[in-house]
Design a protein around this ligand. Structure first.
Ligand SMILES: [Zn+2]
Length: 281
């Protein structure tokens, strides 16, 4: 146990390079979790972050020496370099993200075959339209700092956790990319953090859906709603009610599906709750 603790402490040490230092929390990351990067050079905040073959810009107006990094549910275990390049000072700060294997439980579900593999050309066309629509929503985002807190949208018990390996009618399918709450129909759904309504509408799989842009490439999704209580483009305060729990779309009963996308990566909303509520000393 002591050895494990020592190893964990060693992994928490910041990696020094140049004049800045980079702290990555948590030290060991499971696919689907979110890392918080913090560096000491808070004076020069414009720049860019490079990770896993992609680069994103740091907005000088809002990035105060920290940024969120998503590790997609499908990312392979391994050690990945992360580089923060600061425009003002020209400093290059480097660190390593260590992705470790997750043991995800399996869930077997039986549904009418028509719900699992739609054959109707009109339905297939609609699903394609939905996918294109969401892709366009996620392609644009507002600027924004890392939220102070990130909260579950309801207080109800969790039915299905993030990352469950799903077997639908005996066939392995994409893992569960969100958290399901066992909420009764009509339960008010509160937004997880301040943000702007980026999309609302009815989609084939997720029914009445609201997508909120929290800035910096962070989005939250609320699905299968019975009713939507916000309008497109609305600025939501933390915990503001955006709709009611329902069972619209591909759903077998009232529940809330809650998802998070961070610059296109599917991450566990609860990992974000843990990370942001635990980040302050
Ligand atoms: Zn779900």
């Amino acid at each position: 146990m002591k050895a494990v603790l020592l190893v964990a402490l060693f992994l928490c040490l910041p990696v020094l390079a140049g004049a800045g230092q980079l702290t990555i929390t948590p030290a060991l990351i499971v696919p689907g979790e979110v890392a918080l990067l913090r560096w000491s050079d808070r004076g020069a905040v414009a720049g860019e972050v490079e990770f896993n073959g992609r680069t994103f810009d740091l907005d000088p107006a809002v990035h105060g020496g920290q940024a969120l990094l998503g590790v997609d549910l499908g990312m392979a275990p391994g050690t990945y370099p992360v580089r923060v390049r600061l425009a003002g000072s020209g400093f290059l700060i480097e660190g390593q993200v260590r992705v470790v294997t997750a043991q995800r439980p399996e869930e077997r579900i039986t549904l009418p075959e028509s719900m699992v593999s739609p054959k109707d050309p009109a339905v297939i066309k609609r699903i394609e339209r939905d996918q294109a629509l969401l892709k366009a929503v996620f392609a644009n985002h507002t600027a924004g700092a890392v939220p102070e807190t990130f909260r579950p949208p309801v207080d109800d018990p969790i039915g299905s956790r993030f990352g469950l390996r799903r077997i639908l009618n005996g066939q392995p399918r994409s893992p569960h990319a969100g958290v399901d709450f066992r909420s009764p129909r009509g339960t008010p759904v509160k937004v997880s953090a301040a943000g702007q309504v980026a999309f609302l509408g009815e989609l084939y799989y997720t029914g009445l859906t609201v997508v909120v842009d929290h800035g910096g490439g962070l989005f939250s999704l609320y699905c299968h709603l019975d009713q939507i209580d916000c309008v497109a483009g609305q600025i939501l305060r933390p915990a503001e009610v955006l709709g009611r729990v329902g069972s619209t779309g591909r759903s077998t009963g009232a529940h809330l599906h809650w998802g998070v996308k961070l610059r296109g990566d599917r991450v566990d909303p609860l990992a974000l709750v843990t990370l942001l509520d635990g980040k302050k000393p």
